[in-house]
Write a protein that binds this ligand. Structure first.
Ligand SMILES: Cc1ncc(COP(=O)(O)O)c(C=O)c1O
Length: 443
């Protein structure tokens, strides 16, 4: 046991912060006290532009009055009711409104409270679906390198980010990973989806022909655009080919749309922007504009009907959370959908994405910039790591941007961006000018 006594016992000590270097943070805290539109205000009175939409979630900008009011009114009207064999009207209305936005026959929503729960729900539904249909041997999942699917055991097991996994093994055994479909030698600095790389999908066929019997595979699960792993748009034609291979072998295709859902690519879901309809989608984040935790798993009519036809009057899926369809979350989500529609924010993303790509790609040629990837209102910028100190240059650039009043998200030596959709063209230019200066001034 480590008897270190150096932990500062100050007023911040009790909160064990997630995904944070706790001791370093508490030595130099970064506290935000208010937020409105594109901007946070810090405890020391500085205004900081939010270049990451909170954490890929505040799509409509902070403090949208309609969402605030809906939450306040709902809290006063009905604070809580369980969704286990009872319910409240907003939950049903919300599921219907979401189904109206989805592609194909993805028209049933199972509510949870986070992306992680949405993923674990999807994995459970996939296995149970096959079992009900007499194919209980389909237990395996195939995901992808650099995939992020939350921190539950299921999501972590299919994760493709090794530093997230190492402390926690053994994870679910029945998981295989496809390669990241990206070759920087031919695709670096692509505008939107890389032209080359549909062939990466053929690796799935090879896996099924050699290592994993198709009849052992329940689902292939991917983010349509890899997000937290560094922002990698799929190569043109890649997702379509994955869809065809899954269809050929009776394997479900799941899109983790926790980041791409609710407008990030200029359409309601990434599936529509990318032209491929999966069998399930997981959602969270922009669902409530980040204002109340909520997640959801959206399934096709075929999947839903398979469960409903199972046995009349009995519980069809033994699964759920105390806070599934929480009244405050439903109220926030309904108001969020109103805001997206009234302010035509998904169209705004489609319109701004050209200016966004131009500004992002202006970093090509800047010292130490190895690659820039972009799609919709997402971008990832790879910075050359210092040979002996991988990650430090990225962290320093992030700090310089913050000091200059722009919040970006460094992960290792990749700087990631996902601003609210209310961003202006001038603010887009400011974000990338700030990053350029920070990169140029960092040794
Ligand atoms: C693609 C994806 N899936 C799942 C999750 C997990 O969501 P949560 O943190 O709400 O559990 C995230 C979070 O960033 C995500 O980006």
């Amino acid at each position: 046991m480590n008897n270190r006594t150096a932990t500062p016992r100050n007023s911040m000590d009790a909160f064990w912060m997630p995904f944070t270097a706790n001791l370093a943070f508490k030595d130099k805290p970064r506290l935000f006290v208010t937020a409105e539109g594109m901007y946070y205000k810090t405890a020391d009175g500085r205004q900081v532009m939010d270049g990451i939409g909170g954490l890929w979630c505040v799509n409509a900008g902070h403090g949208q009055p309609r969402i605030v009011k809906a939450i306040q009114e709902q809290a006063a009207r009905l604070d809580f009711v369980s969704s286990f064999s009872m319910g409240h009207p907003a939950a049903f209305e919300l599921a219907g409104r979401i189904a109206d936005l989805t592609p194909g026959d993805l028209n049933h929503v199972f509510f949870s409270n986070s992306g992680s729960e949405a993923i674990d729900t999807a994995l459970k539904i996939a296995r149970a679906y096959h079992r009900i249909r007499g194919e209980g041997g389909r237990t395996r999942f195939i995901s992808r390198a650099k995939g992020y699917h939350g921190m539950g055991w299921g999501g972590l097991s299919i994760s493709g980010i090794s530093r997230h996994r190492t402390d926690f093994t053994p994870l679910l055994g029945d998981v295989a990973h496809l390669r990241l479909p990206y070759d920087p030698a031919v695709s670096a600095f692509s505008r939107g989806m890389p032209e080359h790389g549909a062939y990466f999908a053929d690796e799935l066929s090879t896996l099924l022909a050699t290592v994993h019997e198709p009849a052992s595979v329940a689902a292939v699960i991917v983010e349509p655009v890899t997000g937290s792993g560094g922002v990698y748009p799929p190569p043109q034609g890649y997702l379509k080919r994955l869809r065809e291979i899954c269809d050929k072998h009776g394997i479900l295709l799941i899109f983790d749309e926790v980041i791409t859902g609710f407008g990030r690519l200029g359409t309601a879901f990434g599936a529509q922007a990318l032209g491929v309809v999966p069998d399930m989608m997981t959602i969270a984040k922009g669902m409530t504009n980040g204002a109340v935790p909520m997640g959801g798993t959206i399934v096709s009519a075929d999947i839903f009907d398979t469960f409903m036809n199972r046995s009349e009057g009995k519980i069809e899926l033994s699964h759920g959370y105390t806070y599934s369809a929480h009244p405050l979350a439903c109220a926030a989500a309904l108001a969020t959908l109103d805001v997206y529609a009234e302010q035509t924010l998904f169209d705004r993303v489609a319109k701004l994405s050209g200016a966004w790509a131009d500004a992002a790609l202006s970093l090509k040629g800047v010292k130490n910039v190895l690659d820039v990837r972009n799609i919709g209102l997402l971008a990832g910028i790879d910075i050359a790591p210092r040979p002996e100190e991988p990650g430090l240059r990225g962290a320093e650039i992030g700090q310089r941007c913050f000091d200059a009043g722009v919040l970006v998200r460094p992960a290792g030596d990749t700087i990631m961006l996902s601003p609210p959709f209310v961003i202006s063209e001038a603010e887009i230019k400011r974000i990338f000018a700030t990053i350029t200066e920070a990169v140029e001034n960092t040794v």
